[in-house]
Design a protein around this ligand. Structure first.
Ligand SMILES: *[C@@H]1O[C@H](CO)[C@@H](O)[C@H](O)[C@H]1NC(C)=O
Ligand SMILES: *[C@@H]1O[C@H](CO)[C@@H](O)[C@H](O)[C@H]1NC(C)=O
Ligand SMILES: *[C@@H]1O[C@H](CO)[C@@H](O)[C@H](O)[C@H]1NC(C)=O
Ligand SMILES: *[C@@H]1O[C@H](CO)[C@@H](O)[C@H](O)[C@H]1NC(C)=O
Ligand SMILES: *[C@@H]1O[C@H](CO)[C@@H](O)[C@H](O)[C@H]1NC(C)=O
Ligand SMILES: *[C@@H]1O[C@H](CO)[C@@H](O)[C@H](O)[C@H]1NC(C)=O
Ligand SMILES: *[C@@H]1O[C@H](CO)[C@@H](O)[C@H](O)[C@H]1NC(C)=O
Length: 407
């Protein structure tokens, strides 16, 4: 019996070894930075514009969730949401975004796309988009033998009443070489407003289907459903250099130690519960809800929390929600998730000088009225200022987010 069992295990192992197991692969990410203006200091208006675009994105995601699920993501209320529409559209957001290359169609064509865990849909500029998409690579359905028109229009309204309209298509999308066949995405035929020239061509949401405007699987969810990836996980290293999106697993060369996991609290955004936020050793925030978002630059927290945090070190509020800190003496901030504390480096916390003297710098934790959009149910958005300090794994299979120290 024993030897029989052993030999069948050996056969099984041989079979497993013999299978062409796909390996996780990475795409490099680039960042188009940031808030600094020509003289090297930061215009607070550019930070505010970015926050407005984050707000507009949250609103769209929450509205899509409600349409898809028939229940509100954040209860209540639509009237409050309408009032909160910001003043800048998503497309301006891409100046502060991480982007990488995907390939679409047959034969495959390369497009640069913003990689955004805070939304769930893929959009590309289309052939009838004209001047409003100038400077961008155009996806032409007629040039792809695998393209399929869905006969469904889409219209997205942004914070400043600008719009993107177009039609939905399906086509093959490959991400790090893994192919998602019949992936639904939007092809813009008209955008109002300008589409800055040196930015990514489109946007790829890596959120969950529940928040999809098209009520369709995201590219990564399609890869998982089609069993195209080794593991239902993608992971990020976001840094000044060597940034990458790992597809189908984690890149063990880029992190150290164990992952700390936090469950997604509701299948809408990538939303989790955090433990604590400390500044210079003083615990200010305990127990909080947060969305982990590659598409937001700062750490956004509601005004109450952010003012408490900065009050602990007597920092000066220079504009609503924006605080000035001495550039050469950034405070020690740690964020504790899943029982583990992650310190924010001075470099990531510093969003740049407030003026040309270069003495004071904007803190990367910014106050914002999230309570008004989400009825207090979402308190923080952990954007780049946090994510650049950790290796982050988004586990679609187990609906959780893991954090590890960067190697
Ligand atoms: C985007 O960045 C470019 C520089 O790369 C700058 O000229 C442009 O004004 C920025 N656009 C916005 C909306 O901030
Ligand atoms: C957007 O349109 C609505 C309704 O037409 C209007 O009330 C609102 O003021 C507009 N917002 C902006 C920023 O133009
Ligand atoms: C694009 O949309 C805007 C706003 O709906 C509209 O005014 C404009 O005529 C459209 N342009 C084209 C080329 O369809
Ligand atoms: C985007 O940003 C630019 C530069 O700040 C601004 O002029 C424009 O109105 C914004 N909106 C759109 C839709 O481009
Ligand atoms: C920040 O942490 C470092 C290293 O632990 C320590 O040397 C420094 O005194 C701390 N700064 C403040 C303001 O607490
Ligand atoms: C903040 O200011 C108050 C009142 O001036 C002072 O008592 C306190 O020590 C200051 N705290 C820090 C961390 O500087
Ligand atoms: C911030 O969140 C807390 C906890 O939900 C809430 O009590 C507070 O009212 C919020 N503050 C604002 C300004 O939304």
């Amino acid at each position: 019996m024993r030897s029989l069992l052993l030999s069948s295990i050996a056969v099984l192992q041989a079979l497993v070894v013999g299978l062409p197991q796909p390996q996780p692969l990475s795409i490099p990410l680039m960042k188009k930075t940031t808030f600094k203006i020509a003289d090297g200091y930061v215009d607070p208006a550019s930070i505010k514009a970015h926050i407005s675009s984050t707000e507009a994105k949250l609103l769209r995601g929450a509205a899509a969730f409600e349409r898809n699920a028939g229940i509100a993501l954040f209860s209540p209320s639509p009237t409050k949401r309408a009032r909160m529409l910001g003043s800048n559209p998503l497309i301006n957001n891409s100046n502060n975004s991480w982007y990488g290359i995907i390939k679409v169609g047959t034969p495959p064509q390369a497009f640069s796309v913003e990689v955004d865990t805070g939304s769930s849909d893929l959009f590309l500029p289309g052939p009838s988009c004209g001047a409003s998409c100038s400077g961008h690579k155009i996806y032409n359905p007629h040039s792809s033998s695998s393209s399929e028109a869905l006969g469904k229009a889409f219209k997205l309204k942004y914070g400043d009443n600008s719009t993107v309209t177009g039609n939905q298509y399906k086509d093959t999308v490959s991400l790090a070489g893994f192919k998602a066949t019949a992936q639904t995405f939007g092809v813009a035929s008209n955008t109002t407003g300008s589409f800055p020239k040196d930015k990514p061509d489109g946007l790829m949401g890596m959120g969950l289907r529940s928040n999809s405007v098209f009520n369709a699987d995201s590219v990564f969810e399609t890869l998982v459903a089609q069993k195209a990836v080794p593991e239902p996980v993608f992971a990020f290293k976001l840094a000044s250099s060597g940034s990458e999106l790992r597809v189908g697993g984690m890149n063990s060369a880029l992190y150290e130690g164990e992952f700390t996991y936090t469950p997604v609290t509701k299948k809408g955004f990538w939303q989790i519960t955090g433990d604590a936020i400390e500044i210079n050793g003083k615990g200010v925030v305990n127990g909080f809800s947060a969305v982990v978002d590659t598409g937001t630059s700062a750490i956004l927290g509601n005004f109450t929390y952010v003012s408490q945090l900065y009050a602990a070190i007597n920092a000066t509020e220079v504009d609503k929600g924006l605080y000035a800190l001495p550039c050469n003496a950034m405070p020690n901030v740690t964020i504790t998730l899943g029982g583990k504390s992650f310190p924010l480096s001075a470099e990531t916390l510093n969003m740049g000088p407030t003026d040309s003297s270069g003495k004071m710098c904007f803190g990367g934790i910014v106050g914002y009225d999230l309570g008004d959009i989400t009825s207090g149910q979402l308190q923080w958005i952990l954007g780049d200022v946090f994510m650049r300090n950790v290796y982050t794994a988004f586990d679609v299979g187990q609906c959780r987010i893991g954090f590890a120290e960067l190697a």
